[in-house]
Design a protein around this ligand. Structure first.
Ligand SMILES: NC(=O)C1=CN([C@@H]2O[C@H](COP(=O)(O)OP(=O)(O)OC[C@H]3O[C@@H](n4cnc5c(N)ncnc54)[C@H](OP(=O)(O)O)[C@@H]3O)[C@@H](O)[C@H]2O)[C@@H](O)CC1
Ligand SMILES: [K+]
Length: 503
């Protein structure tokens, strides 16, 4: 699913009105019907609602919703906030329609003395401001939002929590934005929903389709996409009946050091559970018995060092290389990594200590093999590019980095962001907080190495890898709970996750 800016959504909206064609007031009605049907499914019939309405079309949605609710057993009160003399045309039409029906009490809020009592068991609907927000909230609206945020009532935001911008909130004060339990966003999520600092404002968000015109949605360019299961399925290659292990590639995993052999085991198992034909794991000598016992399916290549990575085998026979999990960051490892960058013309995935070595030796950045995949978490990322003021800033820097260095980068976290050489950004939709556990990243490296070895292009390997990793995590958390989840469980659930993608 593409993600558009608020400005683009307004264009899509206008195109739909002109080309469906549909009157804007009817499009608003369609949006309100979607809100109404979400509410009907979620709340019991006697539920009371307090709807807070602003001057624009977001307020218009709230008024249309109030009318639909008033025709049922739901109890509704409307509060119209007087922040401007004029209402938008469709907001005014809906106010007139609601007034003429005379079923709902409509009060005006002109000062903070007009704020109503909010009962804990009521549901507040935030229809104050939507995607037309033009500046951070202040004055009466800010005070009202702060007041609503202190209440215990459930809070449902229409389209976007009031006060939150759809994209960049770096100059905003998030304490002055609505803190919703649910956000019901029309047709698309907003970019800001995918950034962790906004989660307390957005709550659980859902997308409600309102039938915006498919032609403009297809044609309009956006660098942002939220990746779903269908997008992933389309990128999967068929596995032929007459195939043999040679077809699925031979991967080299450079991993492990004294005290960190677990990383090599997890990454190796994950690679083997993700369709690779052959795997060789390059480890320091001390890890020999450990690897041969724990992962008999992998061949082993032994470093001359007993305890760290200092060299790598001839790359000729490998389709792809993965390096980083548990290799440590010693000087000898830096030299070996530097050499690898110079020599390697194979697909490559870099993680963990390989990224930390780069963080300590920034000149390595400019030698990165083109098209390689980097999989940092936030701290590793900032060691590479410097500190970032917030997630929006970080996202811009990630897109720039991918473009400038011509690499694919996976920034791990909730909604992991995958950026490509063209500066596009794909957000992953699987995964859960239970996966923030030791070794989880090693599993991802193994999966991506496996896919690169099978001949998937870097971007596909990153997108599919991150998706299936999150899916295995979701399946594991469903059965085991998030607290108990450990990285080994991700490997255990990979078969089920792959099976689901192949259904
Ligand atoms: N996507 C779709 O197709 C559909 C979208 N729909 C709905 O439309 C919504 C967007 O509507 P919208 O453009 O009228 O904007 P909205 O935010 O309601 O209000 C703008 C007004 O607020 C004012 N204002 C701005 N900032 C302010 C501030 N800080 N403090 C005070 N005032 C401030 C601003 O004034 P100005 O900036 O001009 O000074 C202007 O008067 C969208 O979120 C969705 O709910 C659906 O109806 C159907 C289909
Ligand atoms: K809103």
């Amino acid at each position: 699913m593409k993600i558009f800016t608020s400005k683009q959504i307004a264009e899509i909206d206008a195109f739909t009105i002109a080309h469906e064609p549909i009157a804007s007031i009817d499009l608003m009605e369609r949006a309100a019907e979607q809100l109404f049907s979400w509410i009907k499914k979620r709340y019991s019939e006697e539920q009371s609602f307090q709807i807070f309405v602003g001057p624009g079309n977001n307020g218009g949605d709230g008024l249309a919703l109030a009318r639909l609710l008033s025709k049922t057993k739901f109890k509704v009160e409307v509060y119209l906030v007087k922040v401007s003399k004029n209402l938008s045309v469709d907001c005014q039409v809906n106010l007139d329609r609601l007034r003429s029906q005379n079923l709902v009490s409509i009060s005006e809020i002109s000062t903070s003395h007009d704020f109503p009592v909010i009962f804990d068991d009521s549901v507040d609907v935030d229809a104050l401001l939507g995607s037309g927000l033009s500046r951070p909230l202040d004055g009466l609206l800010k005070d009202l939002v702060l007041y609503l945020n202190t209440s215990k009532a459930e809070l449902v935001a229409i389209d976007i929590p009031s006060g939150l911008f759809g994209e960049d909130n770096s100059l905003n004060n998030l304490h002055h934005c609505v803190r919703a339990d649910y956000t019901l966003s029309f047709q698309f999520p907003k970019l800001s929903f995918l950034f962790p600092e906004n989660v307390d404002c957005v709550g659980n968000w859902q997308v409600l389709p309102i039938g915006l015109h498919s032609r403009i949605i297809d044609e309009m360019e956006s660098p942002y996409q939220l990746v779903d299961e269908n997008d992933i399925k389309k990128r999967l290659k068929k596995r032929g009946r007459f195939s043999h292990k040679g077809i699925y590639g031979h991967g080299l995993l450079i991993s492990g050091s004294y005290g960190k052999m677990g990383a090599a085991i997890l990454a190796s198992k994950a690679a083997l559970r993700s369709g690779i034909g052959l795997l060789s794991t390059h480890i320091p000598r001390l890890g020999y018995d450990i690897m041969q016992t724990a992962v008999p399916e992998s061949m082993v290549s032994i470093d001359r060092s007993d305890i760290i990575f200092t060299e790598y085998p001839d790359l000729e026979s490998f389709e792809a290389i993965g390096i980083g999990p548990g290799i440590d960051t010693k000087q000898n490892s830096f030299r070996a990594l530097e050499e690898l960058f110079e020599e390697c013309d194979k697909p490559l995935v870099l993680d963990a200590d390989a990224l930390n070595i780069m963080g300590q030796n920034p000149q390595l950045k400019d030698n990165l093999p083109k098209g390689c995949v980097l999989t940092p978490h936030v701290k590793e990322f900032e060691r590479l590019v410097g500190s970032c003021s917030d997630s929006f800033d970080r996202n811009m820097k990630q897109r720039d980095f991918s473009k400038k260095q011509s690499v694919v980068m996976v920034l791990k976290g909730a909604f992991s962001a995958i950026t490509d050489q063209n500066g596009r950004c794909y957000f992953n939709s699987t995964g859960n907080p239970g996966m923030a556990t030791a070794g989880s990243g090693d599993v991802l490296t193994g999966i991506i190495l496996s896919l690169l070895s099978q001949g998937y292009p870097s971007l596909d390997a990153a997108l599919i890898g991150v998706y299936v990793h999150g899916l295995a995590g979701d399946m594991a958390a469903d059965e085991l709970g998030q607290e108990a989840l450990i990285a080994g469980d991700l490997v255990e659930y990979l078969p089920k996750a792959w099976k689901k993608l192949r259904e």
